[in-house]
Design a protein around this ligand. Sequence first.
Ligand SMILES: O=P(O)(O)OC[C@H]1O[C@H](O)[C@H](O)[C@@H](O)[C@@H]1O
Length: 292
Amino acid sequence: MACMSNTFILRTLANDAGTAMVSDHGAHLTLWKPASQSTPVVWQPKSIYLGEETAIRGGIPVIFPWFNGGYAHGEPTAKKPKHGFARVSAWTLDEDTLTDAHARYTLDSSTIAQELLDRFISGPDPHFYAELDIHAADTLGVTLRVENTGDTPIEYEAALHTYFQVSDVTRTRVAGLEHATYLDGTKPDFPVCQQGDDPVAFDGTVLDRIYYSEDELRIEDEALGRTIVVGKTGSPQTVVWNPGQEGGDRMADMRAGEWRDFVCVEAAANRDRPIVLAPGESHTIGQSVRVA
Ligand SMILES: O=P(O)(O)OC[C@H]1O[C@H](O)[C@H](O)[C@@H](O)[C@@H]1O
């Protein structure tokens, strides 16, 4: 694995407008709370498990260069690690641009094991340079820019897998996806479905959908009386996920009942919508978050 040491560094970004915590392992934002809110907006579980090969739960896992087990030539694949190597890699902090509100992490293909690089959809020996920028104040901005630094095209999947804190997911709705087409990831063949007139609602069973939409989302938290607004750039899909009671309570890195505390709304490009970059090209996927 790309992690070179077993030391894990968590950094605080704290300013008058908000507080965030970021981890060098995975370039992972683990928490964000604007000063105006008593409850965090980006969710952190009660315990964070750290390990070289361990993906951090909660926050914003950076999914790259494949989503789940990957997808190629119209078929799902079974690549490991799940959701790609970015979230379990040691990214480099750009010390020169670090402030109390901004952190930039970089990841270069030259630091990644060849056997992992060879799992790119586009074939072996890709060359890339990735930058993950986090701006955390009264709004949160996160971007993942990937540049093809080689001389052959590269193709990848990616997502900003954001866990949003809610008071109770069964009293939360995700608006902005009405009438959008989606793939139902809870069924083996991911059937194509269509959202009706209503926002996405959660009934305590697993919900795992890939929506084809670039639209802004509104996470309406009835119990907290709060709406989180999520803007997206550069991502043709939005993944919405909550494991539900049965799935959530089975997860080793969450306590029983913690599945109620979040909903994942993810800016994504996966399956039949990968990003393809010619040599020298770059692409940025971004999310901007604010409380309405
Ligand atoms: O448990 P993880 O590996 O972090 O994955 C958590 C979830 O990520 C995404 O939302 C996928 O759509 C789900 O299928 C997956 O279960």
